[in-house]
Design a protein around this ligand. Sequence first.
Ligand code: KIV
Ligand code: ZN
Length: 506
Amino acid sequence: MRKLYVFDTTLRDGEQSLGITLNIQEKLEISQQLVKLGVDIIEAGFPASSPGDFDAVRQIAREIKGVTICGLTRAVPKDIDTCYEAIREAEQPRIHTGLALSPIHRQHKLGVSVEQGIQMAVEAVKYAKKYVSDVEFYSEDAFRTEPEVLARVLEGVIEAGATVVNIPDTVGYATPWEYGELIEWIMKNVRNIDRVIVSVHCHNDLGMATANSLAGIKAGAAQVEGTINGIGERAGNTALEEVIMAIYTRPARFGVTPTINYREIARTSRLVAKITGVPVPAHKAIVGDNAFSHASGIHQDGVLKERTTYEIIHPETVGIPQNRIILTARSGRHALRHRLEELGFAVDNEVLNKVYEKFLRLADQKQEIFDEDLYALMGEKNGANRTQVALKSFSVSTAGPSRAMATVELETGEGAVSDAACGNGPVDAVFKAIDRLLECAVTLEDYSLKSVSKGKDAMGDATVKVRTEDGRLFVGRGLSTDVIEASAKAYLNALAKVKSQLAAVR
Ligand code: KIV
Ligand code: ZN
């Protein structure tokens, strides 16, 4: 079995494309989880794209150990200088540089000839090599590049010292057999290809990113690039969890094996969804809520008789344990700790004491506490609702079908403040009262509410996206058994992020 290197670009191709501004803390939290998952490379960002991205990549390079930290650049020296500054403190730094050589990009985007493009690529790799030994070259839009041109640039950059060559299907145009054939062709026709790792990087415009990546791996690629939950530009990137589990399920088909902690898959997916505010569709392979539930009578009957009749992956393999203990207000610390540990949380006495208090408060409002409630409680503990301003109290009265009036009291670092506002319905009134209190110029882009567990007394999970005047998008989340309170917390969480970002700039 060859080793398959897993290259995660959730924080670069994923985050950058969503227009969402994750703060450094959130990026560190995702990176830490990616290390637990066991990815080999984290592409932490594109340092030359903005000061914020530079700071985040530098902080990740400083703090996140046991993994290669990679930064993206264009094939220009100043990008490479900036990238090196950002990643230099990493244990294993990598520069990912490149450009597009397809006819469309040569002509319309870069305005360069083939010769000029190849020269820029080779010079960029040589320049990056002065800084780090590990240099990955990407030939953007490789799938639509003439194979002969691709071969020439790959030979040139390998000669110049590239250690990995990335063959992106940037616009998600390939079919699996064509993409597999391209990788096979490269393996046979690029003279010095045996000196490097070949990487696959596919986009999902035609829904074939996973299949294309697998075809490339089968044809000889030893690195796969993608994101958690497949988030990314347009229809997204390859969903890493899908590639990993396809290989886990059918190892003989691929002849490679990644070194992944499979049981961290579900948790990584949930964390990325929570922090980015991009929900995972219920039917999504591997990590969707319904991926392991059996609804029809015939299927249920089959699974009860023999699980493998309709289940090709055991949910526990990806970290979705089977629940055997019912948690209620009468459950003690021991039961709670046991369940949290089964769900993969490290629970020392201090954490347990804090979570147990919240658990009891919630259990007083609900008959049964489900795993989703526990994830939510642990999420709050980890900072999902950690804001400099907190909701102290609120009250809402409605007059007629859509008019409502809300009074909101906030606890700020400098004491309590309160104000009231009217709105079209209770949530709008609460948001308007918060606007009056915080005076933060944002527009509400998106608001959604879902229940995180089962039953009429389920907790509400509100997600709010707000856009600042300079066009940046911030995500806030709030949880409560009271949906108005969950909404207010989510809105406050988003505004607190905006305010701390503004304070950091000043
Ligand atoms: O899709 C793509 O071509 C990319 C490169 C910049 C690596 O993301
Ligand atoms: Zn991409």
